[in-house]
Structure formats: C-alpha cells, structure tokens
Write a protein that binds this ligand. Structure first.
Ligand SMILES: Cc1cc2nc3c(=O)[nH]c(=O)nc-3n(C[C@H](O)[C@H](O)[C@H](O)COP(=O)(O)OP(=O)(O)OC[C@H]3O[C@@H](n4cnc5c(N)ncnc54)[C@H](O)[C@@H]3O)c2cc1C
Length: 433
C-alpha cells in the first residue's frame, strides 16, 4: 500500500491505490497491466480527477497519465489528430491553434485529459456537433491481457462503439484519434432573458444558433442566455480588463464569496440570486472558438447532470422549478441547460436521441442530497440518462432501460475484460459486476 491519497477536484471521492505507476508510452502501460494481472490486482488510469462520481477510483494500481501526453501526429489532409491519452485538452487546443485547426465543439473547461474527458462523455452544447466522443475516430487501448488493440468504425467496430464512452471499463486508452476542423471564430452573444420566454422559444433558439445554452437562477424567473455562432470575422475579443472582470473576478472571486455567504445564510439565497441574475449584463464578442467555449472554474462545487430527450426539456425544467419552490431548497448556483444532437456511441448520454442536458450544482460543503434526489426523480421520469462523471444514484437495472445498447456493451466487456481487471465499485453498480 502506498501513502498516496488520490482525490477528485471536488473532494467527493478519494482513492488509496496499492501502487502508482507513471507509464511513459504504450509499452509501459501494457507492462503495468500485465504486472497487475500477475498480482491479481485491479488497475485503471485516471485523468485529471474532474469527475464527481467514483468512476476513476481504484484500490489496485493507479496509472497516472502525466507522462502519456504527447501529440503523435497531425494529419491536415485527413482532418485528424492523434494524441496520447493524458494530453490535457487545453494543451491540445494550443497545438491545434498552431496548425490552424480546432475541435468542433468543447465543454465548459479544458483542464481534463483527452481520454478522461472522452471516457465519461464530456460535452458542451451544439445543434449540429455533439460531445467529444462523437469527434473520436479511432482508439488505441491496452486490454486486460496486456495486448494492444486499435479500434475504429472499420476495425473492431463493436469495441469502438462500446469503448468510446467506456469509463475505462474496456481497457486503458493509450491514444485517441480525433476529427478536427479548420480553426474558426465564434461570435458570442450573451443576454438575460426570462425563463418563461426561453422555454416558450426553445425550439427556435436551438434551431437558430450553432451553440445555444442558458443558465437559470433558481428562485427567480431569470436566465442568462448564450448564443455562439460561427462567423468569418474579424475577431473582436473582450478587452483583457472585461475578460478579467466578468470571467475571473465576478465568475470566480465574487461568486466564491457569494456562495460562502449563501452557505452560512441559506434564507438569503433567493435575494442573492435576484442580484446575481441582474448583475449579468448583456455582452457580445468574437474570439477563437475554444476561448468562447471554455472558461476557468475556480469555485469548487458538486454537480449532477442528466441528459433528457430534447422534447421533454421545457416541461422537465418547469417541473424542476416547481420542485425547487415546493421542496424549500435554497440553491445558490444557476442550473445550466445545454443541447446535443443524437449520436451513435453506445454509452453516450446522447445515444440515438436529440438531447437536452440539465445540470444542477451545489457549492462544495453545502448539502445536496435532498435537492439532487428531488431533481433526479424529475429526470428519471422522462427516461433521463445521468452523466457518467457526475453525481447520481442509478444502477444497471435502470440504465439498461434507457441505454438500448448497454447489454451489447456489457458483452464486449465480457470479451475484453472477463476477469474485471479494470473494475471498481462504481462500474459494478452501473455496468454490473
Ligand atoms: C469544473 C468542472 C467543469 C466540468 N465541465 C463539464 C462540461 O462542460 N461538460 C461535461 O460533460 N462534463 C464536465 N465536467 C465533467 C468532466 O468533464 C468529466 O467528469 C471528465 O470525465 C473529467 O475528465 P478527467 O480527465 O478529470 O478524468 P477523470 O475524472 O480522472 O476520469 C474519468 C474516467 O476516465 C477514465 N480514464 C481516464 N483516462 C483513461 C485512460 N487513459 N484510459 C481509460 N480510461 C481512462 C477514468 O478511469 C475514469 O473512469 C466538468 C467537471 C468539472 C469539475
């Protein structure tokens, strides 16, 4: 047993691995997996620890991704880039920038590793382009027997369909090939709107924008909406002062203080949210895509997020609003609502259906059990699928009902990891032992 205690960003999970290995390349990953098998121990690679669930936790060998973070190749003609699993998305963005390329869509932050983000189905918002796993065109994995396998739509397509959002259950991803597009600018238009108006106009707002999302401030009827659309230019980024004021000082420093007050004085939350919602003024700017998609998040929180069929989004949100009011919850974080088109990745939250994502956050240290349970019942009533990396209480029996290909994924798992070398308690719950 090592003295190492591995913790997630939010502090919700920790692991005491028996061994920590920092493999430098695929051969060293394979050697570590074979060594774990010889010792009868379990093994898994972690990313940057940004999941809230125990999905990355291991009691056996913890593989650290920090020396597995090189760019293998950039193929402009094919529109692909092949990177090692541990490359942080922000570093990938910088490399792509230098080649005049970009990922077509991203989530809210970019500190996750490429493999870690893809393995739980990390997504942003988009009408035509969905989550990161949909942008993956090939994987290299070390399987439970220590062999190295490549998979894609044409090479072992079943492994590819299962392992893209695979939570590390199918093998250690050593490299990913991602589809990339020519670098592009996004025009961001952010403005407050009433929740009722947003819900009324949801189909039009989704259809009329490349990337539409909104934040609803609980205990108020107010939202902050974001419409990001591709433009030719010119770039008109925020001034450094405005960027610092809005995205660093207000969104992090002030928001942290607001949440500390809210945690001490829950009764003040509705009034605080009224002020917060009104403090967000309209703004617009045009910048390189990844600087518009992602920001820095320094205020630590715990999150639950469900993917619901897009056609149920408005009613689900109305019900959430009713539950927040009726349940006496005091919620200082806005709920975030995003969208994605259907994809074909078996364990993707958007598998086979146009999807709306509804995310609830609670400031670290504040209670969330009753609030999340109330919302979870709203989402599961419409066949919601929990984000694999965010707090939820679902098990395999439920998940099989909302993922039509879960049993097929489980069959692939039986083939590539019959002894459950890559298992942990979380995977036992969601995929079965
Ligand atoms: C502040 C914050 C903002 C976030 N924003 C978003 C967002 O906008 N959209 C969204 O969808 N999610 C978001 N998330 C969730 C986050 O993107 C996911 O939980 C993601 O999986 C975290 O990536 P990671 O690199 O930290 O991986 P970890 O959480 O460390 O690991 C995730 C899973 O990947 C597995 N894994 C990692 N590397 C490998 C590998 N090489 N081979 C096999 N398996 C591997 C791990 O074992 C684990 O199962 C956010 C989380 C936080 C804390």
């Amino acid at each position: 047993m090592t003295n190492v205690v591995w913790r997630t960003w939010s502090g919700t999970q920790q692991a005491r691995p028996r061994r920590v290995v920092v493999p430098n390349g695929t051969a060293e990953v394979a050697a570590a997996v074979r060594a774990a098998a010889a010792a009868g121990e379990r093994v898994r690679m972690v990313g940057s620890g940004h999941s809230f669930t125990g999905v990355a936790v291991t009691d056996g060998t913890l593989l650290s991704p920090t020396s597995l973070a090189r760019v293998r190749s950039v193929d402009r003609a094919a529109g692909t880039v092949t990177v090692e699993a541990g490359l942080p998305l922000c570093d990938l963005n910088a490399v792509l920038d230098a080649h005049g390329l970009a990922l077509a869509n991203l989530g809210d932050i970019t500190v996750q590793t490429a493999a870690g983000a893809v393995q739980t189905g990390t997504h942003g918002t988009g009408r035509d382009v969905g989550g990161l796993a949909g942008q993956v065109v090939g994987l290299e994995l070390v399987l439970a027997d220590g062999s190295v396998a490549a998979c894609s739509a044409t090479e072992d397509p079943e492994l590819f369909a299962a392992a893209r959002v695979g939570m590390g259950a199918f093998g250690v991803v050593t490299a990913l090939t991602l589809a990339v597009v020519p670098a592009f600018l996004l025009h961001a238009r952010e403005e407050p709107m009433r929740l009722d108006d947003v819900l009324e106009r949801l189909p039009e707002l989704r259809a009329g924008n490349d990337h539409f999302e909104f934040y609803w401030f609980p205990h108020t009827g107010l939202t902050s909406t974001k419409r990001n659309n591709r433009v030719d230019g010119p770039a008109r980024p925020l001034t450094p002062f405005r960027a610092w004021l809005d995205d660093d000082f207000l969104s992090n420093t002030v928001f942290e203080r607001v949440n500390r007050v809210a945690r001490r004085l829950p009764a003040a939350v509705p009034a605080i949210n009224q002020v917060s919602a009104r403090a967000l003024s309209a703004r617009s700017y045009t910048d390189v895509s990844h600087r518009v998609f992602a920001t820095t998040r320094r205020v630590r929180f715990v999150e639950m997020e469900y993917a619901v069929p897009a056609e149920h989004a408005a009613d689900a949100l109305r019900e959430v609003r009713a539950r927040v009011d009726a349940g006496g919850h005091r919620v200082s974080f806005p709920l975030e609502v995003r969208f994605a088109p259907a994809d074909d990745v078996w364990l993707s939250t958007a598998h086979g259906r146009d999807t709306a994502y509804i995310a609830a956050h609670v400031y670290r240290g504040a209670p969330y059990g009753r609030y999340f349970a109330d919302l979870e019942s709203v989402f599961t009533a419409v066949g919601g699928r929990p984000h694999w990396g965010k707090v939820h209480t679902r098990d395999r029996a439920y998940l099989e009902r909302v993922y039509p290909r879960l049993a097929d994924a489980a069959a692939v798992r039986d083939r590539v990891d019959p002894e459950r070398r890559f298992a942990n308690a979380y995977l036992d719950r969601v995929l079965g032992p």
